[in-house]
Design a protein around this ligand. Structure first.
Ligand code: ADP
Ligand code: ADP
Length: 222
């Protein structure tokens, strides 16, 4: 289980204001969790720490008690808020390239990229350059890049922010079929966004957890 203990984090070598002020959290396995909080609450920072891209100044992130960076990279796939593909590559080449960067051999990278592109419903765009596709399609490339790792835990940072309603619905329907046994976390700053599709809700505000429980309980509060 992916677990955060007493996480403290601030930017600027620990001299800035605390962005996370003692977060204890376990990502629920086999469930989809909505990480909800206003802009600036620390959601992106928390997801970066959970995937090993940032290190906490105090506290720890671990999987089954193992806090090494290699373990986090292996166990956790993370989709950043802005997906920035390499220049000039097609959708298929981009996803394959990311799979290769993750350490897969070329044949496996190609096979997994093909599977991921199917999973995100981009087969029709596989040979189109990533600078020629829509914002919604680019998000799906980002999801494919995360899926290609086949990590048990999947963390998605505001995957539907800035998408129009049709693109949002499309992304949600794709997400419903995504499987990650260690748990899926989707962050958002919009309450109604995605809420229908999740099992649990975690609320982060000013760097602290304010709620963590089943979605039914969360709705009961409103
Ligand atoms: P959220 O994802 O909830 O919007 P973030 O984790 O992006 O929140 O940001 C939390 C706080 O940290 C904000 O005050 C933000 O301005 C600050 N912050 C985020 N990234 C950086 C950075 N690279 N350098 C300095 N401050 C940052
Ligand atoms: P490094 O840590 O030196 O970047 P890695 O082998 O850990 O090398 O990562 C290779 C590439 O895969 C990098 O581009 C990185 O952004 C990406 N990556 C690594 N871990 C993850 C992860 N958990 N989720 C998504 N992308 C990742």
């Amino acid at each position: 289980m992916l677990e955060a203990r007493d996480l403290h984090f601030s930017y600027g070598r620990g001299r800035g204001t605390l962005v996370l002020a003692g977060v204890d959290w376990q990502v629920a396995p086999g469930a989809t969790t909505l990480l909800l909080g206003p802009n600036g609450a620390g959601k992106s920072t928390l997801l970066k720490l959970l995937s090993g891209f940032e290190r906490p100044q105090r506290g720890s992130v671990s999987v089954a008690g193992d806090a090494s960076r290699d373990t986090l990279h292996r166990e956790v796939a993370w989709m950043p808020q802005d997906v920035q593909p390499a220049r000039g590559l097609t959708v298929a080449e981009q996803v394959e390239y990311v799979a290769w960067l993750a350490g897969l051999d070329r044949a496996t990278a190609r096979r997994r990229a093909g599977d991921a592109i199917e999973a995100v419903d981009l087969v029709a765009k596989r040979d189109v350059r990533t600078d020629r596709i829509s914002g919604g399609q680019l998000r799906r490339v980002g999801l494919a890049q995360a899926l290609v790792r086949r990590a048990p835990v999947l963390l998605l940072d505001e995957p539907t922010a800035g998408l129009d309603p049709a693109q949002t619905l499309n992304f949600r329907s794709i997400l419903r079929d995504v499987e990650a046994p260690g748990g899926v976390v989707v962050s958002t700053h919009q309450v109604n966004d995605l809420e229908q599709d999740v099992d649990r809700v975690t609320v982060l505000a000013e760097g602290e957890l304010r709620f963590d429980g089943p979605v039914e309980e969360f709705r009961g509060l409103g």
